[in-house]
Structures are given as C-alpha cells and as structure tokens.
Design a protein around this ligand. Structure first.
Ligand code: NAG
Ligand code: NAG
Ligand code: NAG
Ligand code: NAG
Ligand code: NAG
Ligand code: NAG
Ligand code: NAG
Length: 449
C-alpha cells in the first residue's frame, strides 16, 4: 500500500510492471506452499543440535555445534528448516552472531534451556560485552518453543557501576557494558513465540531496523530491582505486533525508540517494572520520529509508570498518532505521563532548550484503575517552546490505590480535549491549537527502511 503512494502518472508503467512482478512472485510462492504440503519430506528438514555435537550439560561450551547446526539449516535447500534445541538439556553458548539471509524459512525451536557464560568474569575476553545472541539479516524466521533463554544476569546487575550498587549505595564510575539477551538486527518477517526469557543482564529482546515482527505469547521475567532489564525494545522498526505477552522486570516492559512506525501492542500484562514507554527520544539534539502506535487491552500493575512518552530537551522530529486504549492500571505511579523534560544526567541539571520533539495526536481511551498517590494520575509536562497538541481523553477513571486523598492532574503547556468527564477531573488542559507550532518540523521525518 505504501509503495502505491509513490505511483505517479509518469511512473505508472513502471508501477504496473512492478505490480505484475509482485503478483507473479506471489503466485509462485503459493504454488511452492502447495508443494510443501504435498511433498513435505522434500521441503522440510530438521536439525537437532545434539546431532552436531552439542552436549547440553550446562558446562560444556556448545557454541560451535550451534553454529554448525545454524549454518547447515541456513544453507539447506529446503523451504522450511527447523533447528531443534531439545528438552531436558541446558546449552552454554558464547556471544554469537547467527547470520542470514538463509535459503528457506528457519525455525529455531528451543525446548530446552540456552544460557550464556555466568557473569562478567566468565565472559570471553575477546567478545563484546554488549551482545549475546544476535540474529543478523534474517528474512523469515521463528524463534519459538516451550524452553527457556536464561540470561543469568545477577552478577552483571551487581557491578558497582550499576545504579546504587557501588559502595554504600552509590553508583561507581567505570565501564558498565552488559549484554542484551537476544537482538534481531536488520531482519524481516520475524516471529518470536511461546518462549520464556528471563534474567537478562540488560534488555531481554531487542529489534533494530527490522520489518514485520510478530511477538506472541512470550513470558519475560527478571527481578523488580534488576537494572536496565527492559523487556522488549524496538528501534527503527516497522510493522511490529506484540500480543498476549507477560512481562515483569526492573525497567520498561516495552520501550519504543526512534524510527518506529505501525506498532500494535495488545493484551500484555506488565509489572512490576517501569511500564510501557515511547522514548526516550531526542537525546543529544537528535531527530526522532515515532508514529502510529497502539497499546490496547492490557494490564499494567505495580509499575513506576503506566503509559509514558518521554523526550529530552533539544531534539526534533515528532511523536504522533498514538492510541492507548482499554488499559487497566493497578497501583501505578504516573499512570498517564508525558515528560518532555526527561533527563538522566546524574547530579547535573539538563538545561531547557528551544527545540523539542513534537508530541501530537495522542488518544487516551478507557483507562481505569488505581494509582500510587506519590505522583499525579495524569502528568502532561510539555516543553515551553513546543507544546503538546491534540491530546484526547475519554473514559478515564483513576482512583487512589490507598486512602482517599485525590491528587490533581498536572499539565504544562498541553493542549487537548476531554471527550467525557474524567475521574479525577482535568481542568489543566489548554483549549484549541497553539499558534506557535512548527509543522514543517514534521516533514523532516522519513521512514527508515
Ligand atoms: C574468541 O576466542 C574463542 C576461543 O579462543 C574463539 O573460538 C572465538 O572465535 C573468538 N571470538 C572472536 C570474536 O574472535
Ligand atoms: C560507608 O559508610 C560507612 C558508615 O557511614 C563509612 O564508615 C564507610 O567509610 C563508607 N564507605 C565508603 C566506601 O564510603
Ligand atoms: C513470512 O514467512 C511465512 C512463513 O514461511 C510466509 O508464509 C510469508 O509469506 C512470509 N512473509 C513475507 C512478507 O515474506
Ligand atoms: C536508527 O536510525 C537512525 C537514522 O537512520 C540512526 O541514526 C540510528 O543510529 C539508528 N539506531 C540504531 C540503534 O540503529
Ligand atoms: C491474553 O494473554 C494471556 C497471556 O498470554 C492469555 O492467557 C490470554 O488467553 C490472552 N487473552 C486473549 C483474549 O487472547
Ligand atoms: C525548564 O522549564 C520548566 C518549565 O518551564 C521549568 O519547570 C524547569 O525548572 C526548567 N528547568 C531548567 C533547568 O531551567
Ligand atoms: C487529533 O488526534 C486524533 C487521534 O487521536 C486524530 O484522529 C485527529 O485527526 C487529530 N485532530 C487534528 C485536528 O489533527
């Protein structure tokens, strides 16, 4: 559909050519599919890692066997290739990049456990400490199974450089790199389903520059006080679906970085942790663009934030077309928050700047439940120079979790409307549309892929 937008009259002939090409490829694809069903022994193969020498005793380094299984499956002429990581085994894998593109569709079926070396002291000296399992340039893959990816993060979380882990609860300086568990980079048509991922040293599951990602029924778990253990982080990625997933951890449940478009998050249960976050965006005066994000039919419980949009002062670009709907909050601090003054420089004040990432067209609909009275239930803190516009509130009902002290919503430079009465009532939104907004800023956002 997107492509069609660029069909101008002058290019009509070319477009028709491309269209017929796409249709013929699709037709071929369909006939292939039929073939798969009728001759499945020919077009589908399985590769058990233990047949490639993996031991799975939790001590032996099985990396080379996994790589061999991967390479064989990836080069297989079959359409459908399943790598089996069998149940009842624990495989120790060093940091590894599994590279594509592969010949056919690939399934990595994890029924057993996969784990990395145990903590920073055991980490191979010649490897980066930022990555563990990387899937690079894969087009068409499913990571699935009833098994476990165990990040063994506890020794990383205790490094003195982590927040409050230094002497007497300080944060000591020093290199602090910690690996994320799973990173998909520049892939497309990716599915992650059924899996359990726990205790990552850092982010559990991250997608960079990916297209068509479907995450379904996964379970991510790390302790409430484990630092920087985001559940799912996506960046520069389009067409991402996250459904029926449960996440409890020590940082954002899902975080959406710059360059993300068309993201649908449905039926997820978050918490404890930091909630669902768009941002932070615009750090170091960067341009950030995020649009068409839906978060719906979900539960957020005992988190520091519910649904959050956070941007640094001094950025550019925009966040727009965001819908948060049918969300139940239980004892959430900051259930609904826009923070355009995000600042993480410790002991330093972030100066206010004259530019900011534009925040507009944000819809909050049917958000109910309870909040922690240490913070207001709604906080829309927009930048002085670039107000937030077109915030819409409908069917909001947020009550104090304990006692009957009601905290007033907070707004700063926030324009929008109430479609219905809200609980608590909101009087602080500004009416209409500000004069100052610079629409041409928005034009500078172009899609990544
Ligand atoms: C690191 O060292 C191991 C063992 O010597 C070797 O197998 C591996 O290929 C090395 N990795 C890199 C990235 O050089
Ligand atoms: C930690 O605090 C204790 C008691 O306040 C003090 O005696 C000790 O010197 C402090 N240690 C460091 C490394 O600051
Ligand atoms: C993604 O992979 C599935 C499974 O093989 C296939 O049916 C589908 O056509 C692929 N989609 C795209 C966009 O490549
Ligand atoms: C995302 O895309 C932007 C713009 O192309 C680029 O500057 C940035 O480095 C990318 N981020 C990542 C993590 O790849
Ligand atoms: C929502 O997700 C949970 C957890 O995966 C699942 O048990 C439940 O069936 C899902 N609900 C719907 C309506 O799909
Ligand atoms: C930035 O602006 C906000 C809103 O006007 C104000 O509350 C805050 O104190 C300012 N911060 C600095 C560091 O000037
Ligand atoms: C305001 O935002 C909604 C989505 O929340 C959108 O449908 C509508 O077109 C926007 N209004 C204007 C005037 O841009």
């Amino acid at each position: 559909m997107l492509r069609m937008k660029y069909c101008h009259i002058s290019a009509l002939v070319l477009c028709m050519f491309l269209l017929s090409l796409i249709l013929s490829i699709q037709a071929r694809h369909h006939s292939h599919k039929r073939q798969r069903h009728s001759h499945s022994h020919k077009s589908s193969r399985t590769f058990d890692v233990t047949k490639f020498g993996a031991i799975g005793d939790g001590i032996t380094d099985d990396t080379e066997s996994f790589k061999m299984a991967w390479d064989t499956a990836c080069e297989s002429e079959s359409e459908f290739n399943v790598i089996i990581v069998p149940k009842g085994f624990s495989f120790l894998i060093r940091p590894t990049i599994f590279t594509g593109p592969c010949h056919g569709y690939l399934v990595l079926k994890v029924d057993g456990t996969i784990m990395p070396p145990d903590g920073p002291d055991s980490w191979p000296k010649n490897n980066t400490k930022r990555l563990w399992l990387v899937f690079y340039r894969i087009n068409g893959m499913s990571l699935e199974g009833g098994g476990l990816i165990d990040g063994r993060g506890d020794k990383w979380w205790e490094l003195p450089c982590k927040p409050h882990r230094g002497p007497n609860g300080t944060t000591a300086p020093g290199p602090c790199d910690s690996p994320m568990a799973i990173n998909f980079f520049m892939g497309s048509n990716l599915t992650v389903q059924e899996l359990r991922v726990r205790d990552s040293p850092q982010i559990h599951l991250r997608f960079d520059a990916c297209r068509s990602v479907h995450i379904e029924s996964i379970h991510i778990k790390a302790p409430r006080l484990s630092p920087n253990t985001d559940g799912i982080h996506i960046e520069n990625s389009t067409d991402v679906k996250i459904y029926n997933t449960v996440i409890s951890n020590g940082d954002d449940c899902v975080s959406i970085g710059t360059g993300c478009y068309d993201v649908d998050i449905k039926n997820i249960t978050c918490g404890p942790g930091h909630g669902i976050s768009i941002g932070s965006l615009g750090k170091y005066n960067s341009r950030a663009c995020v649009s068409n994000i839906k978060v719906r039919d979900s539960v957020i419980q005992m988190t520091d934030n519910g649904v959050r949009i956070k941007t640094w002062q001094g950025g550019s670009g925009y966040v727009s077309g965001i819908t948060f709907s049918n969300i139940h909050m239980y004892n959430v601090r900051n259930p609904m928050i826009i923070d355009q003054f995000y600042c993480l420089k410790e002991g330093e004040v972030c100066r206010n700047k004259t530019s900011a990432v534009v925040v507009s067209d944000i819809l909050y609909r049917n958000i109910k439940g309870t909040y922690d009275i240490r913070s207001p239930p709604m906080r829309f803190a927009c930048s002085d120079s670039v107000p937030c516009t077109n915030l819409t509130l409908s069917d909001i009902e947020l009550l104090p979790d304990q006692g009957d002290m009601v905290v007033d919503p907070f707004c700063w430079n926030a324009y929008g409307d109430l479609r219905t009465q809200t609980i608590p009532p909101v009087f602080c939104l500004l009416d209409g549309f500000p004069q100052s907004i610079l629409h041409n800023d928005i034009a500078h956002c172009t899609r990544y892929s």
